[in-house]
Design a protein. Sequence first.
Length: 761
Amino acid sequence: MPLAPILVSLLLSGCAAPQVQSPAGTPTPKVAVETLAIPVSAAENRAVSFTNKRSAFYYTQSHRNDHPEHAYFRGYNIAGRRIFGGYRLYQGEQLLEPLAATVVVHPDALVRRFPQDVTATLRLFDRQDALEIEIESEVAATPAASLRLELEGDTLTRLPTAGGIDWYTSRQGGDAAGIDFIAVGPSDRGFLIAVGSSREAAGALLEQARLHAVEWHAARAVRVAAALNGEHYVSTDDPRLTAALRWLSLTTDSLVTEQRGAGIYAGLPWFNEYWGRDSFISLPGATLVTGRFEEARAVLTSFARFQELDRDSRFYGRMPNIVKPGSIDYHTTDGTPRWVIALRDYVRYTGDRTLIAELYPNVQASIDGALLNFTDASGFLVHADNETWMDARREPDKVSYSPRSTRANDIQALWYEQLRAGVEFAQTLRDEAAAVRWSAAAERLRSNFARDFVDTASARMADHLDAQGVPNFQVRPNALFALSLVDQPEVAARILRTKWQALVYPWGVATLDQADPGFHPYHVAPEHYHKDAAYHNGAVWPWLNGIAMQRMLEMGQTELAWQLFTHANEIALTRGVVGGLPENLDAYPHPGESAPRLTGTYLQGWSNAEQLRTWYQGVLGVQPEMQREVLRLVPRLPQAFGTAEFVARIGAGRLHGRYEPIAQGRRYTWRLEGEAATIEIDIAPFTPQNLIVAAGDSLIVEQRPHRLTVQHLDAAGRRQAQTVVAPDADRTARQARLDAILAPAAFAQPGKADAHPAMQR
C-alpha cells in the first residue's frame, strides 16, 4: 500500500497520535483538528496565516486585504521576499469574489465557499515552497475544469503559458538577481503553485507536488494532529479556554522554523527572522511546556553557532540580536543571558546533561565576555540605549525613544540569572573555579542592586541607572523581571501593586505609566507622532502579560491574574489573526470604540509563548527540575476553575494530570509515566510535601479548607502512603500580609487621550 493512502487512512481512523491514558487509566479522547474550525464573517475580516515550517509564510485577510500595514505582505512570502500577493479564481469570465464567500479557518487550511457552489481550500506543505488550492465544485466533474486561477501582486511579471503551466517571475525591487520563478498548474484536486530559483527548479517542484501532494498534505495533517494529542494534550470543561490553548499552541508552533538553522520567528509579517531575545523568551512556551524538546535543543545549538567567539571583538561572548539570510547583528544585551537561561530551562525540563557539556564553552564565553567588556565597578551589566528590549530609535539620528542606559533593572535581573545558571552548569561539570568566581559575581550584583535600585521606604524600584549612577524612577514594567532581586516580600508586593495599577490594563501590560508626560495613549497615531515614539512609551505588549501574571500568582493573587489570562485568550479567539496574539495593542480605545486596537505584527511569537508558559507553569503549576530529578507541582487555580486534563512531557517520561472540583474543595490527580522523580507538591497554604515516586505511580491530592490529603499509589493502584496536612500557620500569616497589600489592586483604566502632551503635538 503506498504511503499517501496509509497516512490518509490513519487520519480518517483517528490514529494520527498515540493513545493517551488519563490518570485514572481510561482512554483520553483524541482531538480532531476539524473541531478547531473558526468561521469568520466578512464584517470580522480576520487575518489568516500559515507557514511551511521552513522559510515561507502565507498571509491574507479572510475576505478583503485592507489592513493599513499588513496588506503589503498579503500572499506568499519566502525568507523576507514577497513572492506573490494572492490569487484570483474565475468561473468563465466571472470573478469569484472572496467578499461574498463563506469562510472557515482551520489550523492548516483556509476554506472559502463561494455562492457559485465552488469551495476553494488553501493549504501549504511542510518544508516545500509550494501550495495547493483544492477545488470542490458541483458544476464540473474535474474540480478545476471550469475554473481559471491567476496570481496577483506588484512583484509579478506574467510569462507565456507553456505545456499547460502558467508561468510568472517575481522580482524583489531593483535587484536583478532577486528573481523567483513561479509555476502554476492544474492537478487532480485543483491547482498547485510552486516557487523556485529558476524556471527548471519551479517546474521540477510542480511535478513533485503533482506526484506527492496527497502525501504531503497527509503528513502535515498528521503533524498538526499530533501537536494536539499525546504529550501535548490539554482539555478543560470550558470550551473557549480549551480552544484558545489549542489554537495558541498551533500558531506558536508555526513560528518554529528552519529558515537559517532552527529558530523561532519573532513575528509576522515583518519579523520573519530570528531575534535572539525573542527566541529565548519564546522558547519555554513554544517548545518546552508543549514537549517539543528536540526543537528546543536545535534552536539552542543553532544560535550557539552564531555566537561571537573572537576574543578581540568588543562583543566577545554575545549571542546575536538578529539572524536572517545574509546578515547577523550583535547589538543586544539581553539576548545572551536569555540564551543561557533558556539552556537552563531546557535542562530542567529534559534532564539532558549532555547539552550542558556540549555548550559549556559557549556559556563560558558569554559570562567571561560580559565580565571583561560590559560590567562596571558594582558588577552591573552595562549597555547602550538601544540594547535592551526597549530598542526603538528615531531616524535618521538614531536617538533612542526610550533611553535606558547604562544599567537597566531587567538587564541586571537577567545577568544575575545568567551567572546563577552558569554556576549550576559549572558545578555539574566540576569546574569549581568558575563556579566560585561566578557565584561571587552574582552575590555582589544582588547586594549592590538592593543598594542602588530599590528604595525600601517608598517601595520603588529604579527602571535604570544613568551613566552617572543616578536612578531613574520612571514607572515601567521592567521592574517585574527584577522583583526576584528584592529580598523583602512585602516590599516586592508593594512594588508589584504600584506597577500593576499603573501599567496593567484588562487587555495587557503597557510600557509607561499614563501619568508620565512621555506617555502615548495610541501606538499608531500618525497625525501626532511616529509609531516608534509610542512603541515603548505607552503601547501594550501582550508578552509582558506573562511576567505580570507570574508575579501575581507567586504572591497568591490568582483571581486578578486569571482575568488577564482569559482576556488574552478571547483576543486569540475573536480578534486579529485567527488563533494567535499580536505584538501590540493601544493602551486606550479610540473614541467611540469599546476595545483598544491591535497593532504591530499580527502574530508575535513571544506573545503566544508567554500565554502558554503561564498556563502550564503558573496555572497548572508544572515546574520540572529534572536536572536534580525533581518535579515541582504548584497549581494556582481561580475559584471558578472547573475540570482540566492534560499530558506534559517531563524528562524521559510524561505527566498525566487531572484537576477537578469536589465538595468544598478540589482534587488533583497526577500519574508519572516512564520517569521516576521526587515530586514536590506545593498547594497554599499547606506545607509543601515531598514524595519519591516511581514510574507508573499516581498521586491523589484532595484540598479542602482545613486539610490537604495526599495519597501515593503504585502502578497497580495499591496505596503506598497517605498523609493529612493542616494549613501552615506561618504561611497563612505571610499570605495575609501579602493579601492586605495586593488584594485591593485593580487594573489600570484609560484616561483622556487628548490630555496627554503627545496628542497635542
